[in-house]
Design a protein around this ligand. Sequence first.
Ligand code: PAF
Length: 280
Amino acid sequence: MIIFKDHTALKKHLFRLKTEGKLGFVPTMGALHAGHLQLIRTAKEENTAVVSSIFVNPAQFNDPRDFQKYPITLEQDIRLLEREKCDVLFLPEVSEIYPDGYSQLEHYNLGTLDTMLEGSSRPGHFQGVCQVVNRLLDMVKPHLLYLGQKDYQQCMVIQRLMNLTGKSVALRICPTQREESGLAMSSRNMRLTPAAREKASAIFQLLMYAKSQIQLGDLSGLQQYGTQFLSQQGFKPDYVSFANAGSLELRENWDGEESLVMLIAAFMEEVRLIDNMIIT
Ligand code: PAF
């Protein structure tokens, strides 16, 4: 694996690689887990070469404490990427991504995606994600971009960003990888104590329960049950919501036909966990 810190050298190298075939890209913020590694494996199967990036993007943290606490495990990440035979790792400094700083950045019109669910709890988060992803895509110019379904709203936001900026990159959304307990893999899980990590599987249990119990009509009963259940399991729920799986428009009723995604965010020991499932 070749590691680049400078985007000019990276671009030159990737230009050569692209003449040989398809290039897949897996952007990350490091603290890699099995979910990231599965993205790399899928990208390896579908491309001639794979680039990954590790950049903890300050512009997407609305809470500076969250940014400071973000786990950094660079040496281990490099070892894991080498084991997966990732071809290129881009490791930029903040000045490489934001040469003019990141206080005054371009605004992307993301519509309600910007302010609902994650956007409502983390104002400015998706604008920050768009800044870095747009910049990385301009530098890497991959054929395919790989993201995990765990960040469902982020996948929609990035698809919208690519439509807005006219990027001809194909987006592959790969299934959420789970721990044995059902807990969705996330770099944030590292911050949970073993006991809390065990309890955190309640989110998955709730998603499975909703999938088995959903009925035509009003969804508020299921929503209330979900919020109560999470509280009883030691969470501080942020939202338990249902939305159209394609547009992410929120739904309070199910017509029996529409494909719905259930989305959950909840705090366990001050660690914010999110998960989702297509339930119809
Ligand atoms: O999902 C993430 O790890 C980040 O939001 C991303 C897409 C790498 C942008 O910083």
